[in-house]
Design a protein around this ligand. Structure first.
Ligand code: HEM
Length: 501
C-alpha cells in the first residue's frame, strides 16, 4: 500500500511490512510472558504479575534530562558528497578527493522551546551535522543564522536564563529578554534576523545553516587558512509569516518535524549545497576587524563563497529516542586538518557539550551507536562507568603510558597549533545597520518592526526606552518606527495590532 503521508501512517507502514505479531511478548529478560489483566485476577497479587512489574518500573525511568537548549528537534541521516576537493587548504580526508561520500547525521532545532514546544516559534535554529569520517567524527554544530549572539562566553548562562522561563511565574518573560538584548547590544545583529523573516523558517528543508565560527584549517604542507561554513538548501530558503506561524502553533506544533519526516519518507530527499569562505593568514591580518568575532558576518564580496560539496538527507530515524534524542554533537569533535575556531566562544563550547552530555546521557554516551565513530574504531583509554560500555575495550591495557602495546599516540606530521587571537569588545551596529538598510526589503522592514513590537510591547517602559535608543544606533528609521509603534502598542500581553480580523 502507498501512503501519501509516511509521518501520519508510520505505524500502518510497520503493519504492512510484517505478516503478524513479530514475536511472542517477553519480559525484558527475554522470557515469554502472559498478559493478565489486573482486574480479572483479583485473587492474584500484582507483584506476581510480571508484565505489570516490568513495564511499570521501566516506565517511571523513561525520561532523561532534555537538552538545556535546542531541546526539540527534527533529525535524519544521509551523506555528504565532496563535489570539489579542498586539499589545497585542508588535509582532512573527508574533504579530500572529489566524489567522496561520507555518512552524516543532522539535527535541526529551535533554541529556546522545551522538548514538547512549538516548531514555528520565532527563534534561531540549531543546524548540527555529524560527519562519520575515516579519521573519527567531525561535528559542525551551527545555526540557521550566519552570526551568533555575543562573543563573550561568560554570557552563555545569562542569555539562556534570560530567554527561558521566569523563575517565579514560569512564563517566558519579555522583560528578561529585552533586558539582556539592550544590555548586550551586540546581540541585536542576530536578533534583527530572528525578528525578521528568517525567524520562522518554513520547515527545516528550507533553512540555511552556518558554522559561524571562523575555523582554522591546515593542508598537508602545514599552510594554514581560515574558513566559514555555509549550507544553502537546494529547495531554496523559505520562511513563514508570523500569522501563519501562529496558526500552525495551534494546529500543528510539530510542523517542521513532520515536514522533514514526511518528505524523507516520501523519497523527496532534502539537500544542501556546502560552501566555504576562505581567508589566508594575510587576509586575517589585514581584514581591519576581528574575523573571529562570532557576532559578525564576513562580507561575501570580500570573501566569496567557494562551493565544495552537498549533503542529502535520505533516511529517517528508525527510532527517534535512540538516534536523535541521544545524538551528541560537540564542536570539539574535530579531525586532523581542522583545528576549530580560535575564538573564546569556541573554547567555551569545547567544555560545555561534553559536560552536558555526561549529564544527560551518562559517562559512556560515546558508546551509543549514533555517537560512535563507525568508519574507524575508537581506542581511548577510558573504561567502565554507567552503561553502555560495549566491549569496554576488551583486554587492552587501560593506562598510558604503558610498555604492553596499548594504543600509541598519533604523531601528526608538521603539526600546526591553533593560532592565538586577541579579541576585544564587539561593535556591531555597523553590520546591523547594513542588514537593515541594504539587505531587507521595505516589506521585510515593516514585518521586522511588527515582530519586534510583538515582543517588546509587553516589556516595561524603561526597557522599551532603552531599546528605542539602541535601535537608533542601528538606524534612525528603525528606532522611530518602533517608538511610534510602542505608543499605540504598549500592552501587557503579546498583541499584533494588524491582526484583528
Ligand atoms: C558559549 C557558547 C555556547 C555554549 C556554552 C553552548 C552550550 C550548549 C549546550 C550545553 C548545549 C546542549 C548540548 C547537549 O545537551 O547535547 C548546546 C546545544 C547546541 N548549541 Fe550551543 N553553546 C554555545 C554557543 C553556540 C553557538 C555559537 C552555536 C552555533 C554556532 C551553538 C549551537 C548549538 C546547537 C546546534 C545545539 C544543539 C545540538 C544538537 O542538535 O544536539 N551553540 N549548546
Amino acid at each position: 500500500k502507498v501512503y501519501d503521508d509516511p509521518a501520519a501512517n508510520q505505524i500502518l507502514l510497520f503493519k504492512d511490512k510484517t505478516s503478524g505479531p513479530i514475536s511472542i511478548m517477553t519480559t525484558s529478560a527475554g522470557a515469554p510472558i502472559e498478559y493478565k489483566e489486573a482486574t480479572v485476577t483479583l485473587n492474584e497479587r500484582l507483584i506476581f504479575n510480571e508484565y505489570f512489574m516490568d513495564s511499570m518500573t521501566h516506565l517511571v525511568r523513561e525520561r532523561i534530562p532534555e537538552r538545556l537548549v535546542h531541546a526539540k528537534a527534527g533529525g535524519a541521516f544521509g551523506y555528504f558528497e565532496l563535489t570539489h576537493d579542498i586539499s589545497d587548504i585542508c588535509k582532512a580526508k573527508v574533504f579530500n578527493g572529489a566524489g567522496k561520500k561520507t555518512p552524516i547525521a543532522a539535527r535541526f532545532s529551535p533554541v529556546v522551546v522545551e522538548r514538547g514546544g512549538i516548531d514555528t516559534s520565532r527563534d534561531a535554529r540549531g543546524f548540527a551535522l555529524k560527519f562519520y569520517t575515516e579519521e573519527g567524527n567531525f561535528d559542525i554544530v551551527g545555526f540557521s543564522t550566519p552570526m551568533y549572539v555575543y562573543k563573550d562566553p561568560l554570557l552563555f548562562p545569562t542569555f539562556v536564563r534570560a530567554q527561558k522561563r521566569n523563575p517565579a511565574t514560569n512564563l517566558i518573560d519579555p522583560n528578561m529578554l529585552w533586558d539582556f538584548l539592550t544590555l548586550r547590544p551586540e546581540s541585536l545583529h542576530m536578533f534583527l534576523l530572528v525578528f525578521g523573516d528568517r525567524g520562522v523558517p518554513d520547515g527545516y528543508r528550507h533553512m540555511p545553516g552556518f558554522g559561524i565560527h571562523t575555523f582554522q584549517v591546515v593542508n598537508k604542507h602545514g599552510d594554514i587558512h581560515f574558513i566559514r561554513f555555509h549550507f544553502r538548501p537546494d529547495a531554496g530558503i523559505k520562511n513563514l509569516r508570523s500569522r501563519e506561524a501562529m496558526k500552525l502553533a495551534a494546529s500543528d506544533p510539530d510542523y517542521a518535524t513532520r515536514d522533514l519526516y514526511r518528505a524523507i519518507g516520501n523519497g523527496d530527499f532534502p539537500s544542501w549545497t556546502a560552501s566555504i569562505q576562505v581567508l589566508s593568514e594575510d587576509d586575517v591580518k589585514h581584514a581591519g576587524f576581528d574575523v573571529f568575532d562570532v557576532t559578525r558576518v564576513l562580507p561575501l564580496d570580500k570573501y566569496p563563497l567557494r562551493p565544495f560539496g552537498r549533503f542529502v538527507l535520505n533516511k529517517n530515524p528508525v527510532n527517534y529516542f535512540a538516534e536523535i534524542e541521544q545524538l551528541a554533537f560537540n564542536p570539539a569533535n574535530l579531525v586532523p586538518g581542522i583545528l576549530g575556531g580560535p575564538d573564546k566562544v569556541f573554547e567555551a563550547r569545547r567544555l560545555a557539550y561534553r559536560d552536558a552530555q555526561y549529564y544527560r546521557l551518562g559517562a559512556n554516551f560515546i558508546n551509543i551507536p549514533v555517537n560512535c565513530p563507525f568508519k574507524n574504531k575508537a581506542f581511548a583509554y577510558n573504561r567502565d562507568g554507567q552503561p553502555p560500555v560495549k566491549d569496554n575495550q576488551k583486554d587492552i591495557p587501560n593506562y598510558y603510558p604503558n610498555s604492553f602495546n596499548g594504543p600509541a599516540p598519533y604523531k601528526e606530521k608538521g603539526k600546526v597549533e591553533l593560532v592565538e587571537v586577541y579579541q576585544d569588545q564587539p561593535d556591531n551596529y555597523g553590520q546591523a545597520r547594513e542588514l537593515y538598510e541594504n539587505e531587507m526589503t521595505p516589506e521585510e522592514r515593516t514585518r521586522l518592526v511588527e515582530n519586534i513590537l510583538y515582543s517588546l510591547g509587553p516589556a516595561t517602559k524603561f526597557l522599551q526606552d532603552r531599546a528605542v535608543k539602541m535601535f537608533a544606533r542601528i538606524h534612525p528609521d528603525l528606532s522611530e518606527r518602533i517608538w511610534q509603534g510602542l505608543q499605540v502598542n504598549r500592552t501587557s500581553i503579546p498583541y499584533y495590532s494588524s491582526w484583528d480580523d
